[in-house]
Design a protein around this ligand. Sequence first.
Ligand code: ADP
Ligand code: MG
Length: 727
Amino acid sequence: MDIINKSITQLLCVKRNHNKIEVFKEETNISSWKGMLYYFPYKYTDRSKIYKIGEANLNGLPYIQLKGRIVQYKYIGEGESRKLSAIFDDGTGAIELIWFRPSKWISKIYKLGREYILFGKPNPYGASLSFMSSSTYKYYTSSILPYDSNRLQLGVSIAHPELEEATEFYEGLVGMHGEYSTTEKMKKVSLYPQFIKKMIIEILENIKDPLPETLPKEIIDNNQLMSLDEAIRNIHFPKSNDLLQQAQYRLKFEELFYLQLSILSIAKHREKHIDGFRFKKIGENFYFLKNNLHFELTTAQQRVVNEIWKDMNTGKQMNRLLQGDVGSGKTLIALLSILLATDNGFQGAIMVPTEVLAIQHYETISQMLNGSAVKVALLTGSTKNKLRGEMLPKVKSGEIQILIGTHALIEEGVEFNNLGLVIVDEQHRFGVIQRAKLWSKNSNPPHVLVMTATPIPRTLAMTIYGDLDVSIIDELPPGRKPVDTYHKYDEKRDKIYEYVQKEIETGKQIYIVYPLIEENEKIDLTNLQEGFQTVKERFPQHNVSMVHGQMNPEEKKQEMQKFLSGEAQIMVATTVIEVGIDVKNASVMIIENAERFGLSQLHQLRGRVGRGTTKSVCILITPQGLSEDAQKRITIMTKTNDGFTIAEEDLKLRGPGNLNGIKQSGFDSNLKIARLSQDGDILDSARNIARRILDDDPNLEKRQNIMLKEQLHKWNMENQTEWFGIS
Ligand code: ADP
Ligand code: MG
């Protein structure tokens, strides 16, 4: 059916709103009708009741829905304070509607005398203002229909109501209405949820034939699923709560089913066609490091290194997840494992999410291997072309044995001689597809070890890693003292600085972290720079370094180096230092505007201190008047140091989708409707069905699977880069 591929610019309600539509496309990447139908609401309001103006006391109700006609428009006031007032009459009574700073189109779009369904919030003021004291307000009447002014209810009005023509189609949408999320950028061009709803209504009204089914009939029947057509209509305008739930189930099921089918078919392919490299011996590189450590491996570290070595010697490809709280010593495990690869004549790579972390890993690892014959190199997106040009042939020839870097490692043009092991540090999004990219760099896929401090829920691990094995470090190196965490309000900053002063005098180093969220990048950067100035002025006798994401790599490196070497006592930074950074001598972590950080972020940041044996402190600074959720996050942080507890709380607290444009950090944000934290059961069932189908027909060649093959192909085209997207 072609109609669903029409462009949203062809919608009537979009006319005169090109600017809005451009922003919408940019923000959501949606340009077709189909895309709109899959832009699902994040919550619902009950609109089953239509109130009568004459019969109810409207004030005090949170929202009301009315059905009636606009009988009069008046412009009131001038300039900034210009308003548009209208009288809305439903036959039992009338109330005033108000638009502040109205667009000139309103009175043209909503026609006098035509019947509308109105939705809005009643305010206990308004009518009296414009109609009673008209002498102080200039007003211009644009048009009036005859109506009985006695019906007008004074002392109640509705500002910026939602109005929808009372067509048969619209009235058929009684029941619940979806609410759509918008981003800050959308709001700036007055693109409100209401407008999104209008687009969806127009699309649904125009699609007369049922939407073509996207799941095979057997799956629908066996699982008693709603048809796609019904599900899409009910997800936007559910006729009842029960139908809403059925619609949600169907759409979640489908989403998770194709996701699993995609993942499992890749895994199947791998099982069938691939042998794992065997790392048989432990050689001089491994022993070089082990013998030069000036501490003992913890029992947990020893156990995990053993697990990994065994795994890399089975003839199968290793896919292992290593979980261990911040500071538990994962880097060392990474390095020991990679040295096993080099001892067996293979190369190894370490991939990390940020340049700052790549640089640090490179420095620590080079230093630890100083005196050995192992050759290490650093490759990031900003490695100069010349250097890159010199480096790549050495990677290809195998001369460089360990390559450390960011996503640049899996880009085109990077070729290895024989990549045996890839370690992915602190990057949950490194999914099946990215790993597949790595394999393509080799005749055989390398072993893969993914390391994270964030315990990943089972459903999520199953999804990203398919059939991953898990190792856990459940022990911190000896002598660590838990970090004490305090919550302080802005007013206390002087006191905090006095404390900082004392700590520096005893030879300690301090982090001060500012938030930086994409949406507010400019403001945040200004805040950071102002913060930097303030800190420099407050501590004139000390060196302060600053790092943020927008700096050029050279600057970044220098500023990091200043802090690593101890030349700078204070580091002012954004969350670029969130993961992995390791400075043992740092004992105070101050987080400004801590209310704007998520729980796992706060935990990661706090993990930057308490890495040596001295007592460390984390101070969360916030303004007064925190939201309930922010308060909860802060309280959890002050109460526990345990990464597992924090991860659980984090999952519980995380709200819906991409609300208000602040991107969620979790994997869920790539799903349109399913939530891995809640929909484990649906995932299980979808996965089992997908597995059964593939066991029976691995390449989906049988006749009954034609549709699946087609749909899977489409799904892969539409979702893979998004799902496993490389940013
Ligand atoms: P994370 O697990 O957060 O990546 P790191 O690997 O950065 O932790 O290690 C944190 C610190 O602990 C590093 O400074 C590292 O040198 C040190 N460390 C690692 N293992 C041990 C150990 N067995 N005994 C003492 N210190 C260790
Ligand atoms: Mg680490």
